[in-house]
Design a protein around this ligand. Structure first.
Ligand code: RB5
Length: 147
């Protein structure tokens, strides 16, 4: 599995640890930045990671900002991306089973690095349920044409 990861200054510390964690587990992970704690716009990193997933080059994306909200809003603008803002273990699993999300966003100022790692592990390992009702609902997302 190829995983793209990115963060702004609010998620930098979490991103560094999660990147190393995934590397240690043997995943093919690419770090799209940011590479220090200087203030940057979360939008730029959300787009880089989301477009890498949308293009098919990467299977999943992980984005961390201060709250996870800006990353989530921005990532969901990208065609083919279903991004979930997750801060607990229940929704980490549920969003894979029900929504087949391909981007995970979290807030570095909201949850500890230890919890973020547990969320990443569950979100990465959980397969989509493939149940008809969930496929139908995802198709409704994919088929929606905004004005
Ligand atoms: C940056 O201060 C902060 O606004 C950003 O990390 C994120 O929380 C936005 O949603």
């Amino acid at each position: 599995m190829k995983i793209a990861i990115g963060a702004d200054h609010g998620g930098f510390d979490h991103k560094e640890v999660i990147f190393k964690h995934l590397k240690d587990l043997g995943f093919d992970v690419v770090d799209f930045g940011t590479y220090d704690t200087n203030s940057v716009d979360y939008n730029d990193f959300a787009m880089k990671v989301s477009e890498a997933v949308s293009s098919g080059e990467f299977n999943r994306g992980i984005l961390i900002c201060g709250t996870g909200i800006g990353m989530s809003v921005m990532a969901n603008k990208v065609h083919g991306v279903r991004a979930a803002l997750v801060h607990d273990l229940f929704t980490a699993e549920a969003t894979r089973l029900h929504n087949d999300t391909n981007v995970l966003t979290m807030g570095g100022r909201v949850i500890s690095i230890e919890l973020a790692i547990k969320i990443v592990d569950i979100w990465i390992k959980t397969e989509f349920s493939n149940e008809e009702r969930h496929i139908r609902r995802i198709n409704k997302i994919n088929n929606y044409k905004g004005e």
